[in-house]
Write a protein that binds this ligand. Sequence first.
Ligand SMILES: CC/C=C\C/C=C\CCCC/C=C/C(=O)SCCNC(=O)CCNC(=O)[C@H](O)C(C)(C)COP(=O)(O)OP(=O)(O)OC[C@H]1O[C@@H](n2cnc3c(N)ncnc32)[C@H](O)[C@@H]1OP(=O)(O)O
Length: 301
Amino acid sequence: MALMAGLRVPARALLRSGCWLRGAALAGAEAAAGLGAGVRRFGSQRVLVEPDPAAGVAVVKLKSPPVNSLSLELLTELVISLEKLDNDKTFRGIVLTSDLCGVFSAGLDLTELCGRSPAHYAEYWRALQELWLRLYLSGLVSVAAVNGASPAGGCLLCLSCDYRVLADSPSCVIGPNETRLGIVAPFWFKDCMVNTVGHRAAEQALQLGTLFPPAEALRVGLVDQVVPEDQVQSTALAAMARWLAIPDHARQLTKSMMRKPTADRLAKHREADVQSFVSFVSRDSIQKALQTYLEKLKQKG
Ligand SMILES: CC/C=C\C/C=C\CCCC/C=C/C(=O)SCCNC(=O)CCNC(=O)[C@H](O)C(C)(C)COP(=O)(O)OP(=O)(O)OC[C@H]1O[C@@H](n2cnc3c(N)ncnc32)[C@H](O)[C@@H]1OP(=O)(O)O
């Protein structure tokens, strides 16, 4: 741990901030990259939005160090940013990526699931449902530029997008590892997996809690392209251009036809799903399993 301004800042987070410094240097080159004068980044503390109005595309970057775990705050800020972009006719597509080095998203923030009240668990789960429904059904084209590890809830975020580009690095594993923590992916995560990789592959991955390295993720169809790390964002933007060549109304109606039945299964039973989560996560055995997993993660660090 390093001490900074009276705050305990993990050394790894400081290392990752190298990415932010690189980001700052890149800001000078924004004009060349399409972010012209007068085009402002916006967003919030944990979600950075880099708009390219001329292209109708916004790059949405998760920046909640150290690992972009999905805290209540990050979920809420992401929902707000997506809602804003969805309602702004300037934008037709988003690229979802991470502002941190080596991690796309560590999935659900385990500190939100341990030692909290039932009311907190319920609020947290509602926020996760909200994010999933918004992203999964968004009228915008969504491309995930997966530039780091993406386990469990991180994988769900990627699966909710229309297209996935993964960095070709051994640390960039992706998949539903919930069972390894002793927890169970909700049915709507399972449905997303089945819709993406088919029933048999989803069943195996979900039961075994598989984290796929890039080549395997591509082979099973969990991601659509694997490219060198430094080409993830440009490849995502090239994919976006192909998707934007299709008229919005036709693409959106088709997306809705494909996805609405899956989303409706949750939309119609949201409160029952919340209660099911609260009673599951409140069990002593689950609390113990999550605590043990979290402690192991901390010891590893
Ligand atoms: C209706 C439904 C009914 C019942 C359902 C029941 C349950 C619901 C399940 C819902 C489905 C989704 C589940 C999840 O997403 S659970 C989370 C799964 N995630 C993981 O297993 C990832 C764990 N993390 C890692 O593997 C690594 O951290 C990672 C991402 C590969 C990065 O590695 P590295 O760069 O080496 O970083 P560190 O491991 O050293 O971590 C740095 C720091 O971050 C803390 N941390 C990591 N992950 C999490 C996390 N998910 N939540 C909270 N905190 C996390 C880690 O402890 C370190 O902390 P420190 O204090 O030591 O700095």
